[in-house]
Write a protein of this length. Sequence first.
Length: 555
Amino acid sequence: MDSVTVGLDIGSSAVRAAEIEMGRDGRRILRRYAQIGLPAGHVVDGEIHNIPGVAGALRRMWNEAGFSTKKVVLGVSGPRVFIRQADVTAMRPEDMRSSLKFEAQDLVPIPMEDAVIDFSLLDDPRPAGGEGGETQRILLVAAHRDLLRSYLATMKEASLEAVVMDAAPLALMRAVPSVAGDGRTAEVIVSIGAELTTVAVRQDGLPRFIRSLTVGGSKLTETIAHNLHIEMATAERLKRGAVDAESPYLTQARKALTPEMKDLAEEIRATIDFFMAQSGHVEVDRLLVTGGGSLTEKLPHAIAGDLPAQVLAIDSLAPLDTSRTGYSADQLRKISAGATTAIGLALWPTEAPFIRLSLLPEEVREARRTKRIVTGAGIGLLAVVGALGVASAAQVLAVHSAKHKAAVEQSRAAALNVQVAQLEKVTAAHALVQSRAALAAQVLQGDVNWVQFVGHLSAAMPPNTQLTSLSLSRQKTAAAVPGSSALGTVSMSIKGTGGLPTASAWLVDLARDPDLTNLTIGGMTVDHNGGTITFTSTANLTTSADSHRSQEFSK
């Protein structure tokens, strides 16, 4: 790629682009940065729902900002983009690429015929143990082909070309310089967008865990606007505290925001806690926050909670020379949080070669290669025509045109044959998918979101108590018990200090847990000096703890 690269980030609330020049002296120069807001609903959870609307915003941004190229590194994000680490059988890279078309089905929930994948080798082969052989750790990135097609269709309508399609979470990590670790600590990067939040964990410079959550800062803004009956723009400024400290709305906004901000912080913390539970002894020593939603007052520290980690706001512009942008220092501060992903995309050429991944479909790459070959052949042909004269030129051009048309028709015929073969499977597959979706929806009725439930429970428990056992008795399905509001019954055994007041505190504190109702205690014993107390507690598990996976399958 050229020394100048444009990174393009298509978000739920805006499109953003950054143009970076790689200087010969090693400097990274931000030449241009621009963003244009998008109406609600144009992009939802990383999916482009209004291609003409987004394409129009991109054309306007290119015209106004004057970017030097229409070739971009395009970021894709959302629940249909997956990044995984996995240990696979060691083999040559070209053989592994073929093998992953079959093995990746166990790593990502996309049928391989609908998936575009790329990978990089993270280490050298090592003995597998047992019966021998060698394994090798890889970083795999995959996305649904339909998602990528919508991005490419938008690029075409905007007269832009995606030379690379990068997973936005990888670009996010690229924009944030890594701190050398000792192998036992990790850093968590949290990017809070309007409707999508990315949680990425990095250890020793390599991604360990990445998850996209379909929650973001727009819900906080909507809460303030609804409760205070004000416009969204005013609510956004109140959310960030970007108003006069004496504003009569500020106290009301903070009060309205507290429960929603707590829910968002708990959702993100539950994801971090899940990683820490899965990773064994790895500890988080830095929590890095970015994205427009991270500007919400006190939200970063609410996410950190009691995590013994340094909490830092990411300044994605700090490592760059911004003198050519024409922006003032105050303007640069305002765009820094939202620019992180676009900057990381523009830095794609600086990534270590072994981890430069791209989700650009192979058929698109092949079509572009063919176009270049045909264009090159055309130029060479014109030189021959000039030498042979006008009469020979007409004949040569006619032959070349006929060959080109034949090649195009052959390509179309081959594509149609592939489509026919695929469509023959659709009728049978459709019925099978419908029946399995209905079965899954039925089985998942009353399914519990355990990560959320345990997070809520641990947050509500009195500090001088601990669980010694926890069990759940599932209720019948909602269809079998019309009007039921309980998913089941939770039984817990508790041990604490402080005697009988501890049991009273248990009842009072857990009454705040939205997942529990009808809380009772029994089987209580207190030691002779009134210190240690043990008791059992039961409660109904409310529909607040429902994972809602049944509804997802029903849709």
